[in-house]
Design a protein around this ligand. Structure first.
Ligand SMILES: C[S@@+](CC[C@H](N)C(=O)[O-])C[C@H]1O[C@@H](n2cnc3c(N)ncnc32)[C@H](O)[C@@H]1O
Length: 204
């Protein structure tokens, strides 16, 4: 085992969110980030239609399905295959591809969306000049989806990595949503540049 792998295993072993996720039945510790944002901002209600971009292995989708209930709808998109989740329609596709967008639109079959979530993250190379534009491109694509599918008043949550391009995206969101906030959940590792933009009340 390499030293990088050993460090990762040690971090997982010490991480309280990893063991809590296992006992609570969440597929990923990421579920706690969404749960915290939902408690704080009241994002999810029963009956909502929600798109979850970058959904695998499925912690966010599990949480969303529970909150929207059987009268709601959840469409989850990821490059990676996902084990089925009751109440979630899984689309195995690359969202940065035209075909991925079409697969998502087909799964929605004309329903308008109340909340677009994106936890998408590129494979990290470790080279910031490569990773940051890739991460920003995914966030921009998620934002571009909003006017295509969202109902007036819809919400938008997107993972961002602090760095070049973030301010421009925040400005774009400010012109489309009544309220835009930055939030770093407790379950987001403090050493990570990751944080979430939470936008409310989309104005078409
Ligand atoms: C941090 S993980 C998401 C964790 C998830 N929210 C959860 O609760 O389990 C980021 C995901 O983004 C996905 N992803 C990255 N680029 C993508 C793309 N172009 N299209 C679809 N999914 C993508 C990755 O495959 C990965 O599963």
């Amino acid at each position: 085992m390499g030293s990088g792998q050993r460090r990762w295993l040690e971090r997982q072993r010490r991480d309280p969110f990893v063991s809590r996720a296992r006992t609570d039945g969440w597929r990923s510790r990421a579920a706690f980030k969404l749960e915290e944002m939902d408690r704080r901002f009241g994002l999810l209600r029963r009956g909502m239609c929600v798109v979850d971009l970058g959904a695998a292995p499925g912690g966010w989708s599990q949480y969303v399905a529970r909150q929207v209930g059987p009268e709601g709808a959840v469409v989850a998109v990821d490059l990676l295959p996902m084990e089925p989740i009751p109440g979630v329609q899984c689309v195995h596709a690359d969202f940065s591809d035209e075909a991925g967008l079409h697969a998502l639109l087909k799964a929605l079959s004309g329903r308008s969306v109340d909340l677009v979530l994106s936890d998408m993250a590129p494979n990290i190379s470790g080279i910031r000049a490569v990773d940051q534009p890739r991460a920003m491109a995914l966030a921009e694509l998620a934002l571009d989806l909003v006017p295509e599918v969202a109902a007036p008043g819809a919400g938008f949550v997107v993972k961002l990595f602090e760095g070049e391009g973030v301010d421009a995206l925040v400005d774009r969101c400010r012109s489309r949503f009544a309220r835009v906030r930055r939030y770093k959940p407790k379950a987001s590792r403090p050493e990570s540049r990751e944080w979430y933009l939470v936008a409310e009340r989309f104005t078409p």
